[in-house]
Design a protein around this ligand. Structure first.
Ligand SMILES: [Zn+2]
Length: 290
């Protein structure tokens, strides 16, 4: 009898152990649901010839240098909606010769309109649920006024600057390029756009009063960061160099530290939006980065 009881006890122990293993697997499956089908589309919003690269430093780091920069913008498709991140250079440039600013610092051009570009991935402008700019410098808001029905996600200090006195007469801004955006959602810090952690606007002021970057957790590419104008090209990031035209130097330094800490913690792939080499690493729409 004792032997039978021992046998039954061992058998029960084995069964419960197996059940525990099965339960553990089930729990793990619940804990790590499949990532939402987010796709990132990259577009050419024009070119910026930086004829005086030294503007992108505080001292004489790039004295006498020039560099051709890209002006990318992006569409993020999520099962719950569509986010447009930046819009490129002014559309008045399309079909024109490259334009050089009166001070000679920049030569800008744009090949195509945003409506044509969105059509290549089957989107009409009304399909854009949310619009957000890394910041409101003119080379990011150029085609914004098409999206009057979209919800504009903007940090409160950026919106205050956009609607205040200091923006007037400042050549880095073109308030008329985004004055049709009246469906405003002001943000005070980071914002989880679709509520599942896959697309997060990160507040990183300094370049402008409400500069922000975009974190996207893509199903295949994994954690991905669009850097806005945290940096303008790779050497900027390597040397943690702050442009002389940034809104606030100390805020910019803090933002760089926060950005690098976040990128490291997430093991994120960083794309510098104005860096041609990073643009070349991404599939260009209609192909998506998944
Ligand atoms: Zn900028």
């Amino acid at each position: 009898m004792k032997k039978i009881i021992t046998f039954v006890a061992i058998a029960l122990a084995i069964i419960s152990c197996k059940e525990a293993t099965v339960n553990k697997q089930a729990q793990e499956e619940v804990k790590t649901p499949a990532k939402p089908a987010v796709a990132l589309y990259t577009f050419d919003g024009g070119s910026v010839g930086a004829n005086n690269l030294n503007l992108f430093a505080q001292g004489d780091t790039y004295k006498g240098e020039s560099k051709e920069l890209i002006d990318a913008f992006y569409v993020i498709k999520h099962p719950k909606g569509v986010l447009l991140w930046d819009t490129g250079l002014p559309e008045g440039l399309v079909g024109q010769d490259p334009y050089t600013t009166p001070d000679g610092a920049f030569t800008i051009s744009r090949k195509d309109s945003i409506v044509n570009q969105l059509a290549t991935i089957g989107l009409k402008k009304e399909a854009i649920d949310y619009i957000a700019f890394s910041h409101i410098h003119f080379d990011h808001t150029g085609a914004a006024n098409h999206f009057a029905t979209s919800k504009w996600l903007v940090q409160t200090p950026e919106y205050a600057f956009a609607t205040g006195e200091d923006i007037k007469g400042n050549g880095f801004y073109a308030p008329d390029s985004f004055n049709a955006l009246t469906n405003v959602m002001q943000l005070s810090g980071d914002h989880d756009v679709f509520g599942d952690g896959s697309v997060i606007i990160k507040s990183m002021p300094g370049h402008t009063p409400g500069h922000q970057v975009l974190y996207i957790d893509l199903p295949e590419n994994g954690p991905t960061l669009l850097s806005g104008d945290m940096y303008h090209f790779q050497e900027n990031r390597d040397g943690k160099v702050v442009p002389v035209f940034n809104h606030d130097l100390e805020q910019s330094k803090t933002a760089i530290a926060n950005f690098e800490a976040f990128a490291k913690a997430k093991n994120a792939t960083v794309y510098i939006q104005h860096e041609p080499a990073d643009f070349a690493k991404m599939p260009v729409a209609p192909k998506a980065l998944n």
